[in-house]
Design a protein around this ligand. Structure first.
Ligand code: FEO
Length: 397
């Protein structure tokens, strides 16, 4: 337990050993599940709970932070189970407690706790709860990063409890940005966290920043990573969010991703790319052999693209695993209507084409109705046709 101010106590869980979060995120600097106790003159609130796995140590931290106080409220800024897994237990420890959350969260939390009789108070944008001499005001923050997300503003202390927003999977015992011993590592973790968690929600990030722009913030208390303060990391992190969420002014980006067993699909990729460049000479058009690059790098490129192409290699009647791995990095929230096309050489059959096209269609990509495919080795004429295919796809954009 750490005291952050006269009325705010930190009772989060540190997990420095964590290396993978939610199956897909690497967490080389561990993480923390932040939770806070706010004590008013009349009532006490807990902000955020914890992962179920840490319920017992969370209880110890919580009891120490609470001291003699009994909590009246549990504020849930969103309901992802890394913060709400222990809510059912918490409701057992404090049967009188009222869970405070958004309308969407009120539905999710019943299904997470399987407690239909949980005391819930739904709050809307601008609603307040008084703790006596302290006031909690709630700020809707949809899709930052769940539909049910909100922020909680402690008016008198000027603390913003920002849910995952402005957070990081980063763990140091000091809890505050003033105590960070390895600032470069923190910055690396913060940027990666932004890319994974908030990258798909640029317009919502912009809205969230606008909503908090008028607040004279003394401290941001996120649900993961260090608390941020003015003059230390706060302005720098907010500026990073602003830059990352601003609309891009870069040239048109059309990457081609392929796998190739004997170099045939590689030749086709280069010819198709040449055709695209003929139509868009200023566009950024490049062909990437998937196995020669990091999957996260290629995933970011695909997600940032204006259109993309897949050179689909078939082995064992299916697309090869690197292609499926790349497609698993697609930001499904924002990929809808993205133009995509398929090309490549095949040996016996070529089942990768319908399988990959089906996957892209299910993600609601705008899949080009023509595919450029040929059997085995492309001739000079075939490569001319591949370039013509690239031109045709480019003109369809
Ligand atoms: Fe850290 Fe979205 O939960």
């Amino acid at each position: 337990m750490k005291q952050l101010s006269h009325s705010v106590f930190y009772n989060g869980i540190l997990n420095p050993a964590m290396r993978v979060f939610d199956v897909i995120m690497r967490t080389e600097y561990g993480t923390s599940y932040n939770s806070y106790v706010v004590k008013g003159s009349e009532k006490t609130a807990i902000i955020e709970a914890a992962h179920l796995r840490f319920a017992e140590s969370y209880k110890e931290e919580l009891e120490e932070a609470l001291g003699e106080e009994k909590p009246s409220y549990l504020i849930l800024n969103h309901t992802e189970p890394d913060h709400t897994g222990a809510v059912a237990k918490l409701a057992d420890w404090f049967p009188e407690i009222t869970v405070v959350c958004s309308q969407a969260a009120s539905i999710y939390i019943k299904n997470i706790t399987n407690m239909p009789d949980l005391n819930i108070r739904v709050v809307r944008d601008g609603d307040t709860i008084s703790l006596g001499d302290k006031t909690l005001r709630f700020i809707n923050a949809p899709f930052l990063h769940w539909p049910d997300s909100m922020f909680t503003w402690l008016e008198e202390e000027r603390f913003l409890f920002s849910c995952d927003f402005l957070g990081a999977h980063y763990c140091e015992p000091g809890v505050m940005d003033t105590k960070i011993a390895y600032p470069d590592a923190y910055w690396d973790a913060m940027k990666y966290y932004y890319a994974c968690i908030f990258g798909p929600f640029g317009p919502y990030v912009k809205n969230g920043l606008e909503k908090i722009s008028g607040l004279d913030i003394a401290m941001v208390c996120p649900s993961h990573g260090p608390a941020l303060t003015p003059g230390v990391q706060l302005e720098r992190v907010i500026d990073y969010y602003k830059r990352q969420s601003a609309p891009k002014q870069s040239p048109m980006l059309i990457p081609l991703f392929y796998c190739t067993a004997y170099g045939n699909t590689k030749k086709i990729a280069e010819a198709v790319a040449e055709g695209i460049r003929n139509v868009f000479p200023k566009a950024s058009v490049a062909a990437y052999n998937i196995i020669e690059h990091g999957m996260e790098e290629l995933g970011r490129l695909l997600n940032a693209s204006d259109a993309f192409l897949i050179g689909a290699l078939t082995i064992n009647r299916d697309a090869v695993p690197p292609i499926w791995q790349l497609l698993s990095h697609i930001d499904a929230v924002n990929i809808a209507k993205r133009p995509a096309a398929l090309f490549g050489s095949f040996g016996w059959s070529g089942e990768a084409f319908p399988h990959v096209a089906g996957r892209l269609a299910s993600l609601k990509c705008k899949v080009f109705d023509k595919q450029f495919k040929l059997n085995f080795v492309p001739s000079e004429k075939d490569l001319e046709n591949a370039a013509a295919f690239g031109e045709e796809f480019a003109r369809s954009l």
